[in-house]
Design a protein around this ligand. Structure first.
Ligand SMILES: C[S@@+](CC[C@H](N)C(=O)[O-])C[C@H]1O[C@@H](n2cnc3c(N)ncnc32)[C@H](O)[C@@H]1O
Length: 348
């Protein structure tokens, strides 16, 4: 029961902060450098929808959409994935509105990179697909040509498989895997293997860790006044059984979206283990701006040590620890490569 109160508080504090912390990394000034068509596309993509209804009409959970463009994730792709002269084919799954991919294609277009993106979301709101697809088609028409392509659509991963004519270079799941069931996490890696080419990647950007919320003075005061002991960082993110017990208990006791979301949460080792069991290995992990790469699969212990060490960096300094303090939640990016054929070609 104690943990349930804490979880409500953490979730309630987290949601507005996640939105506020999302970065905008697209250049502010595109005025003279780019064609009028590209300038119009820039405006359309910035103005495009980011919010989603938290539940679909059929009752499935969508969660919350995040404002801004996740430039760190784009840079991750730029540095590790868009490294050949060849066009890059990306499949984004559980894309929400499709906004990240739409802005990634815009950014690639500004950089002269050929990025071809297909996005799918099983619970997509049709108006979102319509908005971004129209903005892109208008650009292609106005511009006469384009480096890349964008197709935002409604569908499950198996629909993506049925629709695929060629293999993708990489797949992305951003801020959505916590809503997958364990079976759907496995399916991601199984279908992902068939959908991607020999040197393919699956990039998962995890929901920001809850751990830093525990450093919020408001949370601390709540805990003290309730006589509660805060769960530790490992318990929330890494210890599967405790974490599941914790979320299941919360789900039973909290009505509404937050309670329902708890039934679906998966933790980091569960994702890594599903990948390992289905022909993938964890090659890189990024927390905030710090990346760790490996030539052999990162073990669960390495994952734990790295993530917890990095998250500690976000701990407030004593002078920052006042009621105005807003915890900063770093995103976690996991990059999986195929086993074993990808291994010898890795040079990082
Ligand atoms: C928080 S939103 C994130 C959307 C987008 N990836 C982003 O970063 O803006 C989570 C998305 O996951 C989708 N989703 C929920 N449950 C899912 C499931 N079981 N399988 C695939 N997608 C799911 C929702 O429809 C929603 O669009």
């Amino acid at each position: 029961m104690k943990k349930i109160f804490l979880h409500i508080l953490i979730c309630m504090c987290l949601i507005p902060i996640v939105s506020a912390a999302t970065e905008t990394d697209v250049e502010d000034n595109v005025s003279t450098k780019y064609s009028p068509a590209l300038q119009r596309l820039y405006v359309a993509m910035q103005a495009g929808p980011h919010e989603i209804e938290t539940t679909a009409p059929t009752g499935e959970l969508r969660g919350w959409g995040f404002e801004g463009f996740d430039g760190l994730l784009y840079k991750f792709f730029e540095k590790r994935e868009f490294v050949t002269e060849q066009p890059y084919a990306l499949l984004e799954y559980a894309c929400g509105t499709g906004r990240w991919s739409a802005n990634a294609v815009l950014q690639a277009e500004m950089d002269g990179v050929s990025l071809n993106v297909k996005t799918f979301d099983p619970f997509m709101q049709p108006e979102h697909a319509e908005y971004y697809n129209q903005a892109w088609s208008r650009y292609v028409l106005d511009n006469g040509s384009s480096h890349g392509s964008l197709l935002v659509s409604q569908g499950w991963l198996k629909d993506a498989q049925l629709a695929a004519t060629d293999k993708f270079n990489g797949m992305l799941v951003r801020d959505a895997i916590h809503l997958f069931s364990d079976e759907q996490v496995v399916e991601l890696f199984q279908l992902g293997a068939a959908l991607t080419d020999e040197n393919g990647s699956i990039v998962v950007r995890g929901t920001p860790p809850f751990a830093t919320m525990l450093w919020s003075p408001k949370v601390q005061i709540f805990l003290i006044t309730q006589g509660l002991t805060p769960p530790n960082f490992g318990e929330i993110l890494f210890n599967e059984s405790n974490y599941k017990a914790y979320t299941e208990m919360a789900a039973q006791n909290i009505p509404g979206v937050i309670g329902q979301m708890n039934t679906k949460s998966v933790c980091l080792p569960a994702i890594r283990n599903a990948a390992e069991a289905n022909g993938w290995w964890l090659q890189a992990i990024q927390v905030g701006t710090t990346v760790m790469t490996h030539k052999k699969p990162l073990t669960e212990e390495e994952l734990y040590t790295f993530v917890s060490t990095q998250v500690q960096k976000y701990k407030p300094k004593p002078e920052e620890f006042n009621l105005d303090y807003v915890p900063e939640d770093p995103g976690i990016i996991l990059r999986f490569k195929k086993t074993p054929s990808a291994r010898p070609t890795e040079t990082e």
